[in-house]
Every structure is written in structure tokens, then in C-alpha cells.
Design a protein around this ligand. Structure first.
Ligand code: AMP
Length: 229
């Protein structure tokens, strides 16, 4: 590949891992550092639910129960988002793909743009810790910065570090019962993608049980390496 082609090829990074593994937190940090766009199908679906679109209405009950929304709906939302010009430099896919069918559809979509998956990063965590992690998390209602009751509190209580807002929200599906269903869905439908990307030679594993900053450093090294390819 020529140097020119290397520069123009978008980096496509996939963050794999169960709910609570830290995909959103890490994607946000990588986005700020590398000029890539975080693309979270969960965020896009929540926005569709809030806007009351047909897709949002169809997705709501499934999301409330912790199941997976149909590939048809998710792929339509993803294609629309990937067509936006801000994704040209590259994307960090957070929560997508989640099924083998979605992985195949992504590969077809990228092939049409002369691109491919740069790296699939598996955030490796223990299920037992995930319920506690999820039950304590919340986000700034204004800028979306993520916090946690125990692991990541704002410097000034009740004030967002990033934008100064004092409004915060918790996700409706972040309750213990729904989290268990989401973990089940992850193991049944998404975990097989780890083997899929290993077979393609793009899988990178990261121990995601530790400190947020240490995990970020490990990811930074992977992303710098993958972006340079
Ligand atoms: P997340 O924000 O990634 O935890 O996703 C929240 C919920 O949105 C999930 O529990 C699913 O119901 C739905 N969802 C998000 N991404 C996908 C996807 N790629 N495929 C199917 N359902 C999804």
C-alpha cells in the first residue's frame, strides 16, 4: 500500500466487551485523543427512542428487556451514521457489531468504501464485577461525560468536570435484572465475534478490570499502531 493510501484509509476500530466493560468511557477518550468519531449504536438507538421514530418505537421494548434489537433496525441506523462526513478519518465502534450477521454486514459496508476493520479490541472483564459497575454509573445530561458512584466521581460533587452542568442521568436499562439479560445476550450472541476477529488477525485483547487510565494507555498504544497501518 502506498503512503497516500495509508493516509486516506479510515481507521475502523471495534470495541468488544460485555455491558459495563468500559467501552463508552474508553471510546470517548480515544475520540478526543485521536480525532476519531465514537459511534455507539446504543446511543443512536436511545436517541431514536427519545425522538419517537418508528425504529425507536420498535426498539424500545427490546432494549428495556435487555435483548438485542433486530439487525435490520441497527444496520439502518448505523449506515445512516457512517454516511456522515465526520466519519471520514475513522470511527470507534462501541456496541457494534453485536452479532455475526452485523459483523458480516459491516465488512460488506466497509469493503464498498475500500476500508476494513483495523482492530477489534476485546475488553476482558469478569461478569461478577459488571453488575456493580453498571448499577453505579451515570452521565452528564448536557455533554454525555460518564461517571460512577464509586469509581469515577466528578472533582466537585454534582458538577460535571467537562462542561460544568449539574444535570445527570441514569440509563433506564442499568438495573440489576436487565443487566443480567444483557450479559446473557452478550455471551450468546456477541462473544463469538472474538473468535471471528481472531481468525482475521485483527483481535487485540486488553485486561479491562483495572484502572481506567491504565486501560486507556493500553488502548492508546493499540490505536496508534492500528491507525498507522
Ligand atoms: P449499549 O448502550 O451498547 O449497552 O446498548 C443498549 C441496548 O441497545 C442494548 O441492550 C440493546 O438492546 C441495544 N443495542 C445497542 N447496540 C446494539 C446492536 N449493535 N445490536 C442490537 N442491539 C443493540
Amino acid at each position: 500500500m502506498s503512503a497516500t493510501e495509508t493516509q486516506t484509509r479510515p481507521a475502523v476500530l471495534i470495541l468488544l466487551g460485555p455491558p459495563g466493560a468500559g467501552k463508552g468511557t474508553q471510546a470517548r477518550m480515544l475520540e478526543q485523543e485521536h480525532g476519531l468519531v465514537q459511534l455507539s449504536t446504543g446511543d443512536l438507538l436511545r436517541a431514536a427512542v427519545k425522538a419517537g421514530t418508528e425504529a425507536g418505537k420498535a426498539a424500545k421494548a427490546v432494549m428495556d428487556a435487555g435483548g438485542l434489537v433486530s439487525d435490520e433496525i441497527v444496520l439502518a441506523i448505523l449506515r445512516d451514521r457512517m454516511a456522515q462526513p465526520d466519519t471520514a478519518k475513522g470511527v470507534i465502534l462501541d456496541g457494534f457489531p453485536r452479532t455475526p450477521g452485523q459483523a458480516e454486514a459491516l465488512e460488506a459496508l466497509l469493503a464498498g468504501q475500500g476500508a476494513s476493520v483495523s482492530a477489534a479490541i476485546s475488553l476482558e472483564v469478569e461478569d461478577a464485577a459488571m453488575v456493580e459497575r453498571i448499577a453505579g454509573r451515570y452521565t452528564c445530561a448536557n455533554c454525555g461525560a460518564g461517571y460512577h458512584d464509586r469509581f469515577k466521581t466528578p472533582a466537585v460533587a454534582g458538577v460535571c468536570d467537562e462542561c460544568g452542568s449539574t444535570e445527570f442521568t441514569r440509563r433506564a436499562d442499568d438495573n440489576a435484572e436487565t443487566v443480567r439479560a444483557r450479559l446473557d445476550a452478550y455471551h450468546a450472541q456477541t462473544a463469538p465475534l472474538i473468535g471471528h476477529y481472531e481468525g482475521k488477525g485483527v483481535l487485540r485483547r486488553v485486561d479491562a478490570m483495572g484502572d481506567i487510565a491504565e486501560i486507556a494507555a493500553a488502548l492508546r498504544a493499540i490505536v496508534t499502531d492500528a491507525s498507522a497501518r
